[in-house]
Design a protein around this ligand. Sequence first.
Ligand SMILES: [Zn+2]
Length: 266
Amino acid sequence: MFSLWIKLIISFSLAFFVSWVAFKREFLTKSGAVATFFLAVVIFYYGGIKWSIPVLMFFLPSSFLSKLNNSKRSGFQNIFEKAGSRDFWQVSANGGAGGILVLVNHFIPSETWFYLYVAYLSIMSADTWATELGTLKSRKTYNVLTFRPVEQGISGGVSLFGIFASLAGSSVVVLSALPWLTGNPGIIFLLIITGLLGSLIDSVLGATVQVQYKCGNCFAVTERKKHCNIETTKIKGISWFNNDWVNFSAGITGILIFYLIGKLFA
Ligand SMILES: [Zn+2]
């Protein structure tokens, strides 16, 4: 009983520390910090070190990359719906499934949940690294489906560099979980590839169903509902299917594919 209290206090303190620092350094908005706090308490308390390390290895580097990029890419602020600090829905889209998997594992313990958890974080990390590093410098960017050159930073755009960045992002998460990935070594490779696959699914969704608007003043294609202080017009996609839904859907699709391939070779 005593040790449970200690664990709870440590989880609360650590969750508070992480979300507070992230808020202060403007990695997160106020609502993003609140979401991160609750998510972190759940993961730290119910997951212990095993589940906490991979999520931190996603969260910390991603935050730094977003911040690093923020100062250099002011141009993309015009395209991205939400630039820089992450809000409640972005945090939920990136980490909510992770929190759910920790809870599911608490009530119905199985190693499978942990593998799905690492796969999900691997995708989120891969996608963040690809987006942030891929837009850091000007690079040739192509539509993921048509291979036609597109404006850098636009949803559905991929670059060769972005692909390498996404592999680096997924590797960091997967390798941090290595002490607890005791199964077939092939599964570790599969987890890393799942990150890349998920970030490509993200691009496909971005190029197809994600909502995109056009500004009537400067004619920029954007994810924003307002541009140049006027309402933009929808040019494609499903109205409510914004970047958060794209991230979440890509993550879920990615872990389902990972699960099926994993089953096939297990
Ligand atoms: Zn405009």
